[in-house]
Design a protein around this ligand. Structure first.
Ligand SMILES: *Cc1c(COP(=O)(O)O)cnc(C)c1O
Length: 465
């Protein structure tokens, strides 16, 4: 499989190349040249198979030419057979006649990002060992990505990971999930600044092409194609469990950077019978506004009960834009150029029509999020985290009319957002047994000023301080 850039001016790469590169050198994002197609019989053959076996069927065409079938199978068996603490890996829970939750939080850091990052760490190891190279990962996190990336990369021989978080601005559970990992190849950096400052520092590292090449920098945020690819799998396993391909399903997806729901859009493009894909946002509603008005424009980010979705620029939207614009890199360059200059652009009418044909969207503010958490708890006894509650609320508003099952992605375990759960439901979720001692573990992190030179100097010194 070949991958091409959404801006049409970077060289095409194979799966190995895009995994190690992250962002394309023309500033675009990599997408597969074409989507593999699954027939009804292909999809039917997934019935009764383990998560790892379906993952093999779904991913094999995407990695063909870069990873052998034997190696892929071994990596998937290890990832999905051992790192997740539920025998079904991604279990479905029924909340109503046609209402389902897909629990994606049984991995090591209790959020859906483990599905991709546990595997990405293995791909990094596989390719760097083969090339005899080292990789340096520099990332920024407002919470869930950092811990999932660190868990995926800890102890790997050829990978150093530097993870930036805004000092004092992530929850105690989220910080400790990162800073109590003491492997020598992991460096946690608390930046004296905000999450946006952290992201800007990372961006500056990547835009410094000399530094990028010198250090072998790569990305672990969802601009990395391998992350999106890994997330396609649970759309297949869940739809098949509920009767696909002989029955249609719909999804509601708590959305920030547009990676998770974009994986659902790809699953549909590969032949999975998905009726509706609902984008569920909090008050940071750039995507909901775009569907309503046809204008993609940033606004001030506000802090909400669902911090992992407090994002005003949805990076992966560029991948969709490429499709909406007939896969013409020139259109995407034009849109993104306007975005750079004016912080927004208007979609062409035919592009907007395609967007509206593929998605519905709605926003849920803090009050409605708490209310949804409370109501589902009262009605079913189910404790949803605030991100999941936003998905449930949008499913209630936009899906679930008629007999099509509505599946909401449960993206995090409620314990990660204990304060919001306590306020809404009046109970304190417990840490799972494997993390019960999280608050007793030793922490290690360094503090750096919000300054690119200090960061680059630190990264150059390597992982061991
Ligand atoms: C990252 C995250 C999201 C948003 O996912 P995107 O792929 O960025 O749209 C939603 N919920 C939780 C709990 C997350 O960690």
């Amino acid at each position: 499989m070949k991958y091409i850039s959404t801006r049409g001016q970077a060289e095409a790469l194979d799966f190995e190349g895009v995994t190690l590169t992250g962002l394309a050198r023309d500033g675009g994002l990599y997408v597969p040249e074409s989507l593999p197609q699954f027939s009804g019989d292909d999809i039917r053959s997934m019935r009764g198979k383990s998560y790892a076996d379906v993952a093999f069927q779904v991913m094999q065409p995407f990695v063909a030419g870069s990873v052998s079938d034997v190696d892929l199978k071994a990596m998937l068996d290890k990832t999905y057979g051992t790192a997740f603490r539920h025998p079904a890996t991604a279990p479905l829970v029924q909340l109503g006649t046609n209402d389902w939750l897909l629990e994606l939080f049984h991995g090591p850091t209790l959020a859906f990002k483990d599905f991709a990052l546990q595997l990405l760490g293995r791909f990094f190891d596989h390719f760097t060992a083969k090339r005899g190279q080292r990789l340096t990962i520099v990332g920024a996190t407002s919470g869930d990505t950092g811990s999932a990336a660190i868990e995926g990369c800890r102890g790997r021989d050829h990978v150093n990971i530097f993870m930036l978080h805004p000092k004092g601005l992530v929850s105690d559970v989220q910080r400790r999930q990162m800073t109590t990992v003491l492997d020598a190849n992991v460096v946690n950096i608390a930046v004296e600044g905000t999450f946006d400052d952290c992201q800007a520092l990372v961006k500056s590292c990547f835009n410094d092409l000399a530094f990028r090449d010198e250090m072998g920098l790569t990305a672990v945020n969802s601009i990395n194609w391998a992350r999106v690819m890994a997330q396609i799998v649970y759309y297949f396993t869940s739809a098949v469990s509920l009767g696909a391909p002989d029955r249609t399903v719909s999804y509601s997806v708590p959305t920030g950077n547009f990676g998770d729901i974009f994986a659902g859009y790809l699953a549909k493009g590969m032949g999975l019978p998905i009726e509706t894909l609902a984008i569920a946002t909090n008050s940071n509603d750039i995507l909901a506004r775009t569907l309503e008005t046809g204008r993609y424009a940033t606004a001030e980010a506000v802090a909400t009960l669902s911090p992992s979705m407090d994002i005003q620029v949805s990076s992966n939207f560029e991948r969709l834009l490429f499709d909406l614009a007939g896969r013409e890199g020139a259109h995407v360059r034009d849109y993104m150029g306007q975005f750079q200059e004016n912080a927004g652009f208007d979609l062409r009418a035919d592009h907007l029509a395609k967007l509206r044909a593929s998605f519905v969207a709605d926003r849920v503010d803090n009050a409605a999020t708490s209310k949804a958490m409370r109501e589902y708890y009262d009605a079913t006894g189910y404790v949803a985290d605030p991100h999941t509650a936003i998905g449930l609320e949008v499913a209630r508003r936009k899906l679930g009319k008629g007999s099509t099952p509505a599946i909401t992605l449960a993206t995090a375990h409620p314990v990660k957002f204990g304060a919001a759960v306590e306020d809404a439901c009046g109970l304190t979720p417990n840490l799972p047994a494997h993390m019960a001692d999280l608050f007793d573990r030793e922490e290690r992190f360094e503090i750096l000023p919000n300054d690119i030179q200090s960061l680059q100097d630190r990264v150059r010194r390597g992982a061991v301080a």
